[in-house]
Design a protein around this ligand. Structure first.
Ligand code: GLU
Length: 447
C-alpha cells in the first residue's frame, strides 16, 4: 500500500468508525484494487477520497399513518454516490436494518457494479428503516407516498433514478412512481425503474437480477468445459433474486435445492422448479411474513429452523439474501461440501474473513456481486433506454441483451485479472476494471 492509499484508508477508518458495513465494503475494495493504484494522478487529484465517499447524501423523515390512525415516523435516505459515468442510479431498500452505513455500502457497491455493465449509469442507493413485515397494503402504499413526497425534488431521469431492492418490488415502485407523477405533473418514465409493464416497465426486469447471476455462473462453467446441466445449486433468500435464479437455473438444466429466510432454510430435493413453486415464492414475499417455512408446509419438504443452507452439499453456492450472511464457519462448510463455484447474487454476502477464505481456496472459483449481481441494474438501464425511445423490446430481445451484458462483464473481469497478473481472480478483476473506468471518467472531467 503506498502512502496516499494508507492515508485515505486511515482517514476513512477514523471518520466512519461507526459505520461497519460501509467500511467493510470500501476496505475490501481498496485491497482488491491495490495492484492498479500505482499512478501519481490519483494523489494529485485526490481521486481515491472522491471515489470512496458519496458525492452527496440526503436524510429525511418519513411520517405516515397506520390503519388505526396512529402516526409513525421512519428515517429515509438517498445516497448519490458517484455520477462520473451517468446519472445516479440504484435501488431503495425498506428494511429495519437500513442505516446510513448500509445505504452507503450499497451505494458504493452499486457505483462499481453499474460501471461494469458498460451502460452510462452512475451509482446510488437509498431506502428507509421501515419494516414492511405485518403491514397492510394500504399502509405500505401510504408509506411509499410519504417517502416520495420527501424525496422527489432530488431525483429525475437525468439526475438520479431509484429502483427496487429488499422490501421494494414492482408494487412499491408503482406507488412511488404514482406519487412522483402527482407531485411533478410529469409522466417522466425514466425517473424510476422496475416499473410495471403497463406503464413503462421493461420485460425481464423482475427476473433480471437472478437471470444475470445464472448467466454469469454459466460463463464460469463454460470456461471450465462444463455446463449447468445436472448441477445442484445451494441458494439463500427467497426474494426477487432467488426467484429469478430458480427460473433460469431450471431452464438451463440445473436444480435449485434450497431457499432460506430469517426463520431457517428449506431443502427441496426435486428442485424449486415448477411454475407453482415460482408463484408461491412471490406469494410468500407479498404475505409480508418474511418466513420460508410456508414453502415446506405447502410442498411437503424439509424445513431446518434457525439454520443456513450452506450445510447442504452442492455444485455451486449462490447467496441471494443479504449482507454478511456467510460467516467463516459457513465458508468452511461450503468448502467442505465440495462446492466448486461461489457466485454472489446479494451485495457483500460474506464477512471479510469468510470471503478471504473462499477467494484464496483453490477448491472453489469465486465471483463477486459487483459482477455476478449486476443483472438487475443492467436491465434497469435497458428500461431507461426503452423509455427514451418510447418503445418496448420483446422478452427475447431483453433476455439476449442481458446475457450479452453478463458475458461481457465476465470477459472484462477475467481480462483485468489477467492483465494485473492475478490469474483467475474474478473478484479483484471486476473491481480493477470498474475502478479504471470510473477513475478515467473522473480524471477526464477535472476536479
Ligand atoms: N438494488 C438493485 C440492484 O443493484 C437495483 C438497482 C437498479 O435497478 O437501479 O440490483
Amino acid at each position: 500500500m503506498n502512502d496516499y492509499v494508507a492515508r485515505v484508508s486511515a482517514g476513512l477508518q477514523e471518520r466512519y468508525a461507526n459505520e461497519p458495513e460501509y467500511l467493510q465494503s470500501v476496505l475490501t475494495w481498496l485491497d482488491m484494487i491495490a495492484p492498479a493504484l500505482d499512478d501519481p494522478r490519483f494523489e494529485k487529484l485526490d481521486l481515491l477520497t472522491r471515489m470512496v465517499e458519496p458525492e452527496r447524501m440526503f436524510t429525511f423523515l418519513v411520517p405516515w399513518l397506520d390503519d388505526q390512525g396512529v402516526a409513525h415516523t421512519n428515517h429515509g435516505y438517498r445516497v448519490q454516490f458517484n455520477s462520473a459515468i451517468g446519472p445516479f442510479k440504484g435501488g431503495l431498500r425498506f428494511h429495519p436494518s437500513v442505516t446510513p452505513s448500509v445505504v452507503k455500502f450499497l451505494g458504493f457497491e452499486q457505483t462499481y457494479k453499474n460501471a461494469l455493465t458498460g451502460l452510462p449509469i452512475g451509482g446510488a442507493s437509498g431506502g428507509a428503516d421501515f419494516d414492511p413485515r405485518g403491514k397492510s397494503r394500504r399502509e405500505i402504499m401510504r408509506f411509499c407516498q410519504s417517502f416520495m413526497t420527501s424525496l422527489y425534488r432530488q431525483i429525475g431521469a437525468d439526475t438520479d433514478i431509484p429502483a427496487g431492492d429488499m422490501g421494494v418490488g414492482s408494487r412499491e415502485v408503482g406507488w412511488l412512481y404514482g406519487q412522483y407523477k402527482r407531485l411533478t405533473g410529469r409522466a417522466e418514465s425514466s425517473a424510476l425503474t422496475g416499473k410495471g409493464l403497463t406503464y413503462g416497465g421493461s420485460r425481464i426486469r423482475q427476473e433480471a437480477a437472478g437471470f444475470g447471476t445464472v448467466y454469469f455462473l454459466a460463463r464460469m462453467l463454460e470456461d471450465q468445459g462444463e455446463t449447468l446441466e445436472g448441477k445442484k445449486l445451494i441458494v439463500s433468500g427467497f426474494g426477487n433474486m432467488s426467484w429469478g435464479v430458480c427460473r433460469k437455473a431450471t431452464e438451463l438444466g440445473a436444480k435449485v435445492v434450497t431457499l432460506s429466510g430469517p426463520d431457517g432454510y428449506i431443502y427441496d430435493p426435486e428442485g424449486v422448479a415448477t411454475q407453482e413453486k415460482y408463484d408461491f415464492i412471490i406469494a410468500m414475499r407479498y404475505s409480508g411474513e418474511d418466513r420460508v417455512e410456508a414453502y415446506a408446509e405447502k410442498f411437503g419438504v424439509e424445513f431446518f429452523p434457525g439454520k443456513k443452507p450452506w450445510e447442504v452439499p452442492g455444485d455451486a453456492a449462490v447467496p441471494c439474501a443479504t449482507q454478511n450472511e456467510i460467516a467463516v464457519e459457513d465458508a468452511v462448510l461450503i468448502l467442505a461440501n465440495g462446492v466448486r463455484y461461489y457466485v454472489e447474487g446479494a451485495n457483500m454476502p460474506a464477512t471479510t474473513d469468510a470471503l478471504k477464505l473462499l477467494r484464496l481456496s483453490p477448491k472453489v472459483l469465486t465471483a463477486g456481486a459487483k459482477a455476478s449481481g449486476s443483472g438487475g441494474v443492467a436491465v434497469s438501464a435497458l428500461e431507461m433506454a426503452q423509455n427514451s425511445i418510447r418503445y418496448n423490446w420483446s422478452r427475447r430481445e431483453v433476455d439476449d441483451k442481458l446475457r450479452t451484458i453478463m458475458s461481457s462483464i465476465y470477459d472484462t473481469s477475467a481480462a483485468a485479472a489477467e492483465e494485473y497478473g492475478l490469474g483467475y481472480d474474478l473478484i479483484a478483476g471486476c473491481d480493477i476494471a470498474a475502478f479504471k473506468k470510473i477513475s478515467e471518467a473522473m480524471i477526464a472531467q477535472g476536479l
